[in-house]
Ligand binder design. Structure first.
Ligand code: GAP
Length: 480
């Protein structure tokens, strides 16, 4: 556990030092569970988005993308049930005045103390889920007392009663009308359902994909990028015939797992967890979990939302939300949803790729072994020394190749230190320009992961970068 805590601290400090993630509003003391992405962070995030977007809208000819607004009519959230049901439980410790989610207190306790006792674990969790399904808040409090759960800060068990708390951020417009910051991007898809059908001439089965910000007033917001109050989601709603629900649910479950495994972070780091406690809109549900430095946690949820949202929006808006089909006439299609948190996906890649490695003469290097197609910088062009015309040759090469790939030119330190810096930000290739380059137009190419070096002609540079970092070959594997 201590080891994992140390690793998390190392991860947080590395991500700040090398321009991946900064704590938001740091000069004012920071703001809980909100982060900013630096130059390399946003580049990595955009590359993950690009991969997801293409996997959905380019590889599947029956999935189209949209980008709906964050602010929507407040009836959207009454219709979707979020005003009434998007609640979390909260409990306060009377001594520390700290606030917790009681269900998470129980789950964490079970994971910590009963991870080897499957029977006991199941028994406690099933009691918790029973209480949650029956709104039995007293039952949950009893469970906390029976398990003798103490506040980690005050170390006492003086708990308040448990209450519900709506997780949507409410804001007010100039007419004092309530608006909400969206807690999921999905509703923007449902309310545009008929627009997409008409403008894109879509026929069932088809999907609508969207990437965008979501906001949740999380009670317990910690563990770095894991639980944020402002985050991004990559969601896809796939509209189907109701009788094909089970087929498409299984299809998307497998397809989504396959997508994650393409990052090559280790298949054993992922698992499916069937949802025993489904959200208010779902009939089938499964989560994909990832083994973070603090254990297995959800990264993506896959649900059958049935016709729940379309029926609700038809009732509230009085607009037709059905589709017309010659044989079935008018009907509400069912929806299979895949919903991935972009920041959590970033976290899986970053946390699995950052390594400290022993290299020759006992030295340690820090290297970010991210999949090369996601690297913020695809290759660095480095002169061996900052004299004798080598920087000029290197700069010329850089200016020639920069139209094809995101490159970096650097001559500020010794070559060893330049390599270390590129390792730390995950650049898969470094090309070094030296005295032989002047003689025979060759350069040294150095590979990040193996640290092996080869001599190649300058005309081969583009092909080497393409081969190492191309997204196309990864995308091809989606349907294989
Ligand atoms: N539209 C369905 C939906 O929003 P969800 O399981 O509540 O389902 C989907 O969220 C995904 O969004 C999660 O698996 C997670 O990756 C991400 N997510 C949810 N809350 C988050 C938070 N507070 N911080 C970061 N990511 C979050």
């Amino acid at each position: 556990m201590e080891k994992n805590k140390d690793f998390l601290e190392f991860l947080v400090s590395h991500s700040k030092r090398y321009g991946f993630i900064f704590p938001s509003s740091e000069i004012y003391g920071g703001i809980n569970a909100i982060y900013d992405y630096g130059e390399y962070g946003v580049a990595l995030k955009n590359n993950i988005k690009d991969f997801w977007w293409k996997s959905m809208t380019q590889i599947h000819d029956n999935i189209v993308g949209i980008d709906s607004s964050i602010l929507m009519h407040s009836d959207v959230w009454s219709a979707s049930g979020h005003v009434q049901k998007f609640n979390e439980l909260l409990i306060d410790n009377k001594d520390s005045k700290k606030r917790y989610r009681p269900d998470l207190l129980i789950k964490n306790h079970v994971e910590k103390f009963f991870y080897k006792n499957e029977k006991k674990r199941k028994e406690i969790l099933s009691r918790l889920y029973d209480c949650l399904s029956n709104n039995n808040l007293l039952g949950i409090k009893d469970l906390i007392h029976e398990l003798n759960i103490h506040d980690p800060i005050s170390h006492t068990n003086h708990w308040t009663d448990i209450k519900y708390f709506n997780m949507m951020f409410k804001i007010e417009d100039h007419r004092k009308k309530n608006l909400f910051l969206r807690p999921e991007t999905a509703q923007g898809i449902f309310i545009n359902f008929q627009n997409v059908i008409k403008s894109n001439r879509m026929k069932i089965p088809f999907g609508i994909a969207q990437i965008g910000k979501s906001f949740r007033n999380e009670i317990v917001a910690r563990q770095f990028l894991f639980r944020l109050r402002e985050f991004e989601q990559m969601e896809m709603q796939f509209f189907i015939l109701p009788e094909e629900e089970k087929f498409w649910f299984k299809y998307w479950k497998n397809m989504r797992m396959k997508w994650h495994l393409l990052f090559n972070l280790g298949d054993e780091k992922y698992r499916f967890i069937e949802n025993t406690h489904l959200p208010h809109y779902a009939s089938l549900g499964t989560d994909i979990e990832f083994n973070f430095p603090f254990g297995f946690k959800e990264i993506e949820s896959i649900h059958s939302r049935r016709d729940f949202d379309l029926i609700k929006h038809e009732n509230y808006s009085k607009k037709n939300m059905k589709v017309f089909d010659k044989s079935k006439k008018n009907y509400f299609p069912y929806v299979i949803e895949t919903s991935l948190g972009l920041d959590r996906c970033f976290f899986t890649i970053f946390s699995s790729s950052l390594k400290k490695e022993k290299i020759n003469n006992g030295k340690i290097r820090t290297v970010l072994k991210i999949p090369s197609f996601l690297s913020p910088i695809k290759a660095a062009i480095l002169p061996l020394v900052k004299k004798d015309g080598l920087p000029e040759i290197a700069k010329k090469l850089f200016n020639n190749i920069k139209f094809d790939f995101k490159l970096l030119y650097d001559h500020t330190e010794s070559i060893g230190k330049l390599y270390r810096r590129q390792d730390a930000i995950g650049t898969p290739l470094c090309f070094t320009i030296d005295y032989d380059t002047c003689k025979n137009e060759t350069v040294t190419v150095r590979y990040r992961d193996s640290m092996k070096q080869y001599r190649i002609h300058i005309n081969e540079i583009k092909d080497v970068i393409k081969k190492e970092t191309e997204l196309k070959s990864i995308l091809r594997k989606i349907h294989n």
